[in-house]
Design a protein around this ligand. Structure first.
Ligand SMILES: Cc1ncc(COP(=O)(O)O)c(C=O)c1O
Length: 244
């Protein structure tokens, strides 16, 4: 519940105002929480009661300070340019394999650590529309994350493509029927989020992927709010990736 004593500029923790029975129940749940021991691995943040923004900026681990210092003193300062051949060049795929195994259900060789989501999305969306020459439509939804939408708007303007918007129920998310109504022989690319960042809605990824592929288009899934949060099984090779 409460990580540290509140500082002067933060409100008192809500637990102070809770009825005793509710507070006792919360304390019992905290005590039985199998993840509770991980809290102490994080560097303290003064006045913090709860922090739910793990995607945009997660809390730093106490180990990170030491890891960064030993990185500067070790491979960087001591080995200098030799470090590229002594591990750095392989780090994106080695880390990718680890992340793929623990967070995506992906097989080795399927995940790589690279630029930010937005930079990668731009590269992938650009490559996708080039891979479908003659198809002039990109399909996306109005409730997707702003930067995802901005990237597509930029590519559509630059390439003279049409951006076709699905307007889903904002309290839920994009359905297979909405995608089926939006795609056709003119569609190059569909971009969607698997877990909607505002509503938490989980899209039917296998069904939608099939619909898009059946239309001859490509689909890009933003997994920002899926990876590490909901079970994923990304290994099924050429078939549509399945979420379980
Ligand atoms: C769903 C979603 N997509 C894209 C982004 C953009 O990520 P980045 O800052 O790595 O470009 C975010 C960031 O919070 C996000 O939540």
């Amino acid at each position: 519940m409460t990580d540290t004593a509140p500082s002067a500029d933060l409100p008192a923790p809500p637990s102070a105002a809770l009825p005793t029975a509710l507070r006792d129940r919360a304390a019992a749940l905290d005590a039985a929480d199998p993840l509770a021991r991980y809290r102490d691995l994080f560097a303290p943040s003064e006045g913090l009661i709860a922090y739910l923004d793990g995607n945009s900026l997660g809390r730093p681990l106490t180990a990170t300070r030491e890891r960064l210092a030993s990185f500067v003193d070790g491979p960087w300062a001591a080995r200098l340019i030799r470090s590229w051949d002594e591990g750095w060049m392989d780090a994106p795929t080695e880390l990718g394999d680890t992340l793929g195994r623990v967070a995506l259900g992906a097989a080795p060789g399927q995940t790589v650590v690279a630029d930010s989501t937005t930079v990668l999305l731009y590269k992938l969306a650009r490559a996708a529309v080039d891979a479908r020459p003659g198809r002039r439509v990109i399909v996306a939804d109005t409730e997707n994350f702003p930067t995802d939408r901005f990237v597509l708007q930029g590519i559509a303007a630059e390439r003279g493509l049409e951006l076709r918007w699905i307007t889903p129920d904002a309290e839920a998310g994009v359905t297979p029927d909405e995608v089926a109504a939006a795609v056709g022989p003119d569609t190059a690319l569909v971009l969607l989020s698997h877990v909607a960042y505002k509503s938490g809605y989980i899209a039917d990824l296998p069904a939608i992927t099939r619909i898009v592929h059946d239309a001859g288009a490509l689909v890009l899934w933003d997994l920002c709010h899926s990876a590490g949060s909901v079970p994923l099984a990304w290994t099924s090779p050429s078939a549509a990736p399945t979420s379980t």
